[in-house]
Design a protein. Sequence first.
Length: 188
Amino acid sequence: MIELTVSELKNAVQTLKAGDRVLLSGTVYTARDAAHKRIFELLDREEELPFDIQGAVIYYTGPTPAQNGRPVGSCGPTTSMRMDKFTPRLLDMGLLGIIGKGEREDAVCDALIRNNAVYFCAVGGAGALMASHVTEAEEIAFFDLGCESVKRLTVDKLPLTVCIDCSGGNIFKDGKQKYFHGNKNLTD
């Protein structure tokens, strides 16, 4: 298990390999479909974004309202592929890390390599577990979107897996090749 802070990620990203398990601490920003659409409207109008994209980590989640004195309610990842049309441009602007679940399109994989960035997967279906690693939450933009507004989260040892590294390692593709290696009948 590798313990990293978001501020250490830029220097560590070259050493991370697909399959590595990471405990990430620091500031991450939430953004799902609706927030990405709004972010791109701001970009197209050449307006300021709600957070500095350079070196940032975006978590594809829409935390539910906080309960019992916690900063957020359930905070599980959403399917990343829904953001694929937005992701290459954000990576080209300096986005360093993404947290979500599921496979990504080739254009995203290429942008991760081109920009020395990393795609982490969080455990799907474990929103309470992920929320237990959030120590602070502040809504910072698009308040009318409710759970899908952009929030600044402070996370402590958020359990993640490197799914696509900046060298092109990809657990979705590599894992399939390893599992099905030598058994053609399983892939038909």
